[in-house]
Design a protein around this ligand. Structure first.
Ligand code: GDP
Ligand code: IMO
Ligand code: MG
Length: 421
């Protein structure tokens, strides 16, 4: 068994949570390596639906679950998640948190609100969870780490250095942050509650690698939200690509073997920014309604459009996908003709790679290949051969265009609604 990274290939919400829950049965450890509670991963087990924002989706199989050093942690949200799981009878004894993970502080959320307001009509449409300001502080070396909140004196020392400037900046914009004393008291309490889960997770993972116990890495967001490779500035503040699994959990790049790209059978996006294949018509509405496309974290309506293989080729180039898990294929049932974007027109040019300049991206006109749809309900299909011919043809076309095999097909939110090809 090899170590595997599960990655969102588009703009997030591809169904990573479902996939990770399903696959984790065959792994010993499941690791989140970036992002924070901007993620919302939905897992449907029988009648029950769980929405996880921080804890890896492997928790339901009672695997070792790790929040790596690359994750940003809002302790309050994490503790709320502990409660939800404990009430559902799901043990969290095997959950470990990296000492090095950065902590989302109250002033991060306040500052993000100020920044988004200041951007006005150009706002990014962030989740307002403090993700961007927390990563900014990490990079500018003003962050607070999990190991700091687990040590009362160290936390105070740290805050005495970084907090006064935060406070002045926030107050200069007419907003308020809790005081240093209030933060110290609250975050020391969080530290006490989390302490028993905190460890050097890189060392722990070294043991798993040495004893060949397979590890599953759970990506959050999607490649087109990556801070380097997404459509800047309409991105999140972390690297969402496969390479981040190594840095964000402290394992060597050579220990990442399989890269599974989760591809939604159409495209969705929450928040602002360009979306070349967006459908602002009744098909877009239909995808949103049938696919229940509402943000897990913010409840916002997700924008919907056709599958875009120019975008996916870029994803493949950066991440070297070893296979694809195609999700939400059932949502396309009943659409007469299904379109796949294969290239773009920009002015009088044909573009078959994803451009870098925002002004070009904003003016791209997608060029589509049209395939016949299918009318059958596929949510009960268990084998590839049970699928209607036009549905199989759609999958084959994706494989041909991307030169990656589709090995897993998801035809509904529940664990059992999955076809392994
Ligand atoms: P994630 O962030 O990538 O984990 O995805 P989300 O959980 O935010 O969004 C995916 C949504 O689609 C969730 O509500 C899932 O329960 C649901 N889902 C996952 N796979 C399928 C599928 O194959 N068909 C349908 N209809 N829903 C699915
Ligand atoms: P999962 O893991 C979809 C989007 C936000 C916004 C942009 C920046 O569930 O797929 P941020 O709060 O991260 O600074 O917001 O990124 N975004 C997501 N969109 N799924 C997610 O996570 C997302 N996490 C962030 O909507 O456009
Ligand atoms: Mg999600």
């Amino acid at each position: 068994m090899k170590n595997t990274v599960v990655l969102g290939t588009q703009w997030g919400d591809e169904g990573k949570g479902k996939l990770v829950d399903l696959l984790s049965e065959n792994y010993e450890a499941v690791v989140r390596f970036q992002g924070g509670n901007n993620a919302g991963h939905t897992i449907v087990i029988g009648e029950n639906t769980y929405k996880l924002r921080l804890i890896p989706s492997g928790i339901f199989h009672q695997k070792t679950c790790i929040l790596g050093n690359g994750v940003v942690i809002d302790p309050k949200v994490l503790l709320e998640e502990f409660d939800i799981l404990q009430k559902a009878g799901v043990g969290i004894e095997k959950l470990y948190i990296s000492e090095r993970a950065q902590v989302i502080m109250p002033y991060h959320k306040v500052w993000e609100g100020i920044e988004e307001n200041h951007r006005g009509k150009n706002k990014i449409g962030t989740t307002l969870k403090g993700i961007g300001p927390c990563y900014s502080d990490k990079i500018s070396r003003n962050g607070v780490r999990i190991c700091d909140i687990c040590d009362k004196d160290q936390l105070r020392k740290r805050l005495e250095i970084v907090f006064p400037l935060k406070q002045k900046t926030i107050e200069a914009h007419g907003e308020m942050s809790p005081t240093l004393d209030e933060i110290c008291e609250q975050y020391t309490k969080y530290g006490e509650l989390l302490k028993k889960h905190v460890t050097s997770t890189s060392l722990l993972l070294e043991e798993y690698i040495a004893s060949k116990k397979p590890i599953l890495f759970e990506g959050a967001q999607g490649v087109f939200l990556d801070i380097d490779h997404g459509i800047y500035p309409f991105v999140t503040s972390s690297n969402t690509c496969a390479g981040a699994a190594s840095l964000g959990s402290g394992v060597p790049p050579s220990s990442l073997h399989n890269i599974v790209g989760v591809v939604k059978a159409y495209t969705t996006r929450v928040g602002g920014g360009p979306f070349p294949t967006e459908l602002e018509d009744e098909i877009g509405e239909r995808l949103g309604t049938v696919g229940q496309e509402f943000g897990t974290v913010t409840g916002r309506k997700r924008r919907c459009g056709w599958l875009d293989t120019v975008l996916l080729k870029c994803t493949h180039r950066i991440n070297g996908l070893t296979s694809i898990a195609l999700t939400k294929l059932d949502v396309l049932s009943g659409i007469e003709e299904i379109k796949i974007c294969t290239k773009y027109h920009y002015k009088d040019q044909v573009i078959d790679h994803f451009p870098n300049s925002l002004s070009i991206i904003e003016e791209l006109e997608p060029v589509y290949k049209t395939l016949p749809g299918w009318t059958e309900d596929i949510t009960m299909c268990k084998n590839f051969d049970d699928l209607p011919d036009n549905c199989k043809a759609y999958i084959k076309e994706i494989e041909l265009l991307l030169d990656v095999s589709v090995d897993i097909i998801s035809v509904g939110p529940e664990r059992s609604q999955t076809i392994f090809k």
